[in-house]
Design a protein around this ligand. Structure first.
Ligand SMILES: [Fe+2]
Ligand SMILES: [Fe+2]
Length: 257
């Protein structure tokens, strides 16, 4: 038998619970294919795909690429103009709100209090997680509506139409330095969740569902840290420079009028 056929047979015949136990990232891929791992834990991948009419080869490719995917390209962002950095950040917001948070919310909602040894943690998460999501979404929309819009307006005023008069009042109202300071203070959004989960501590006998929840929460926190780092270290410095240039441009215009 060819080696790749062996691998193929292997993954297709695996039970969902074993697959997810091997790598928690698989649970999220299965979720996007409409398979909640905790509902099909004792079935093989092949059985579930047949039952739900899923193209097993396509699913396998997605499982493989989810494990491989890296994020090195983020480093290139520093060389991008600010409008592209903002597009990237908005795209990440979208992924958080439309994919990662709904997935986490479903995972937590479906934790069965009576089946887990982490009963108290599960109850606390069920209560706190929706509040965290609400706060987080508020942060994102405020950022997009106020800060990002202002940065784009400064960028256009300087580089597109050379007319800073439209941003004259906004420049006075919204200080980038102040925003940057406030943003760093509110950086630790998942502190409460870390406390509830005792820093995602799991005992050796923890069940698979709670393991997946902790792994996904931890992964989400890492994504948030990376996201905030791009905002703090790339976006705000670029915005500060734009602000200085916009003020200089206004002062020059005033001098010539
Ligand atoms: Fe953000
Ligand atoms: Fe932010």
């Amino acid at each position: 038998m060819l080696r790749n056929e062996e691998v193929k047979v292997d993954i297709f015949q695996k039970k969902i619970t074993d697959l997810v136990g091997e790598n928690y990232v698989y649970a999220s891929v299965l979720y996007y294919f409409g398979i909640k791992f905790y509902d099909y834990s004792e079935k093989t991948l092949e059985e579930v795909c047949a039952e739900k009419g899923i193209n097993i080869q396509h699913l396998k490719e997605n499982l493989e690429s989810a494990v491989k995917s890296g994020d090195e390209y983020d480093l290139q962002l520093i060389a991008y103009p600010v409008d592209l950095v903002i597009e990237y950040l908005k795209h990440t917001h979208h992924i958080f709100v439309k994919q990662q948070l709904p997935y986490l919310a479903r995972l937590i909602e479906n934790l069965e209090i009576n089946k887990t040894r982490y009963r108290q943690v599960a109850e606390d998460l069920k209560f706190v997680f929706p509040l965290f999501v609400e706060d987080f979404i508020h942060h994102i929309y405020e950022e997009e509506d106020s800060l990002f819009t202002h940065i784009i307006a400064m960028y256009k005023a300087i580089y597109v139409n050379g007319n800073p008069s439209q941003i004259f009042f906004k420049l006075d109202e919204l200080s980038i330095e102040k925003c940057a300071g406030e943003h760093e203070i509110h950086d630790d959004e998942m502190k409460g969740i870390r406390e509830i989960t005792r820093n995602y501590f799991l005992s050796a006998d923890a069940d698979l569902h709670i393991r997946v929840v902790f792994a996904e929460l931890q992964c989400f926190e890492e994504n948030l840290i990376k996201h905030a780092k791009i905002e703090n270290e790339i976006l705000f410095p670029k915005a500060l420079m734009l602000e200085r240039e916009a003020i200089k441009l206004i002062q020059e215009k005033l001098r010539f009028n």
